[in-house]
Ligand binder design. Structure first.
Ligand SMILES: [Zn+2]
Ligand SMILES: [Zn+2]
Length: 257
């Protein structure tokens, strides 16, 4: 039988809901906080069990707290995702038709790009070509800002990519709608938007996965075709990564502010 939802679980869910997505160390702090406040059994390594209990109760609502990894730094994140709708219709209640069209265009640009980024200039060029209702550039800039605030897009120096939350929510949608274009990471087998791609065989890897995989190798070779890996190898972040999440936990808690 499923464990009981306590007030501690409910508080955790409410806070996560208001954030949409949380980084692993934040979620662990929140877990501890919720258990302390509501005098619920707490063990620092039981966050996933704690979340499973919530998930059992979320199931009838077609919602789930999902664990995923950031493409930027390989850190674990927890996001509340909506399982009822598998498409961009998840966003339909929050945006107008032409805003959604602009989002789809942006997503196209990001997924069809080499490195997983679309420049604001490229996106804004679509603003006055939208079929549903044209947008002024200024207006489109505001909408892009909103997508970033709502954690559908991430922006870095005028370049946009999909936010971790967006990838966690829309992985299935993207894989089925961009077949043959969207690729899975050769290392962790989840969708890879920002990736390095083998010029010989075409496999892709997330940057943090590349960093970890080639960490100890002086001359990197493709794990699939064994050809020389011609890209710059990113540094592995020492914080909350998939591989280090089981160990070195105390360190992460202290390094977070
Ligand atoms: Zn990966
Ligand atoms: Zn290869």
């Amino acid at each position: 039988m499923a464990a009981q939802m306590t007030d501690g679980h409910r508080r955790f869910l409410q806070v996560l809901m208001s954030h949409g997505i949380m980084e692993g160390s934040e979620a662990r702090k929140l877990h501890r906080h919720c258990c302390e406040i509501h005098k619920v059994y707490y063990a620092h390594d039981k966050l996933d069990d704690f979340i499973n209990t919530i998930n059992v109760h979320l199931q009838p609502l077609f919602m789930q707290i999902r664990k995923g990894t950031s493409e930027d730094d390989g850190r674990v994140h927890y996001a509340l995702v909506n399982l009822a709708e598998t498409e961009i219709t998840k966003m339909a209640s929050d945006y107008t038709e032409n805003e959604l069209e602009l989002f789809r265009k942006t997503m196209d640009l990001i997924i069809l790009s080499e490195n997983g980024f679309a420049s604001s200039t490229e996106v804004l060029n679509f603003a006055d070509q939208l079929k549903s209702k044209k947008m002024k550039k200024k207006e489109a800039e505001q909408v892009l800002k909103l997508f970033v605030e709502d954690k559908w897009l991430s922006e870095r120096n005028g370049e946009y990519t999909l936010h971790t939350r967006c990838i966690m929510e829309m992985e299935q949608y993207i894989l089925s709608n961009y077949q043959g274009v969207a690729r899975k990471c050769n290392i962790c087998h989840s969708l890879a938007i920002q990736s390095q791609v083998c010029e010989t065989c075409g496999i892709g890897m997330h940057l943090p996965c590349v960093g970890k995989y080639f960490k100890a190798q002086t001359e990197p070779h493709c794990p699939h075709c064994n050809d020389f890996w011609p890209h710059e190898i990113p540094e592995v972040s020492r914080t909350d990564s998939q591989l280090s999440s089981k160990r070195g936990r105390g360190k992460q808690l202290h390094s977070q502010h």
